[in-house]
Design a protein around this ligand. Structure first.
Ligand SMILES: [Zn+2]
Length: 197
């Protein structure tokens, strides 16, 4: 894929005339080829060579990335940004709620870096159930006890059994035992649950 100033309408391959056209363009993104439909660009009327400005090349890369991302079942950068801004969530807040590094959300929203399937599912859950995002944002999951998080889940899953909800919140209570504080490590909890069974 060559790049060229749009004013210089001479084909680099055959010397033919480049014409403005709106047509599908095949783009490589990572190891996949994606067809971007109805893309305005210059095309040689003699040999079919396609030429793009730097801006067009960047647009194509983003469009191809979006197509690959959608095919993988992931939210697009535009979808993430749309939900985040409509909900009044800053990029830094979302990074903190999901436990990802600084500037990660910026990269997702720009389009060329994809979120993991796990982060995608947490965001989809948050979009569908805002209370889930409140639990992630509040840090309730990581504190002693499960007070607020339990209330959120109570509202969210009214028909789920209390034991199921408590298990999700790491407040599992073995039969005849006492509740495990949420702050304990997984290993300790795992042993406690295994020995109680
Ligand atoms: Zn040509």
């Amino acid at each position: 894929m060559a790049t060229l100033d749009a004013d210089n309408a001479r084909c680099l391959s055959c010397g033919g005339t480049m014409r403005s056209t709106v047509a599908p363009v095949s783009v490589r993104f990572r190891d996949e080829f994606v067809t971007v439909p109805d893309f305005p660009h210059l095309r040689c009327e003699s040999c079919g060579e396609e030429l793009f400005t730097l801006e067009q090349s960047e647009q194509l890369q983003r469009a191809a990335a979006d197509a690959v991302r959608t095919a993988q079942g992931l939210l697009s950068g535009v979808e993430i940004k749309g939900w985040r801004t409509a909900s009044g969530i800053t990029q830094e807040e979302l990074e903190s709620a999901l436990g990802v590094g600084a500037k990660t959300v910026t990269r997702w929203e720009r389009g060329l870096v994809f979120q993991s399937a796990t982060a995608d599912r947490l965001m989809r859950l948050s979009i569908r159930f805002p209370a889930i995002y409140e639990v992630l944002r509040s840090g309730e999951l990581y504190r002693e006890g499960c007070g607020t998080a339990s209330l959120y889940l109570e509202r969210l899953l009214p028909r789920q059994r209390a034991a199921t909800k408590a298990f999700f919140l790491n407040c599992y209570t073995p039969a005849g035992g006492t509740a495990r504080p949420a702050a304990q490590s997984r290993e300790v909890n795992g042993d406690a649950i295994a020995s109680a069974a």
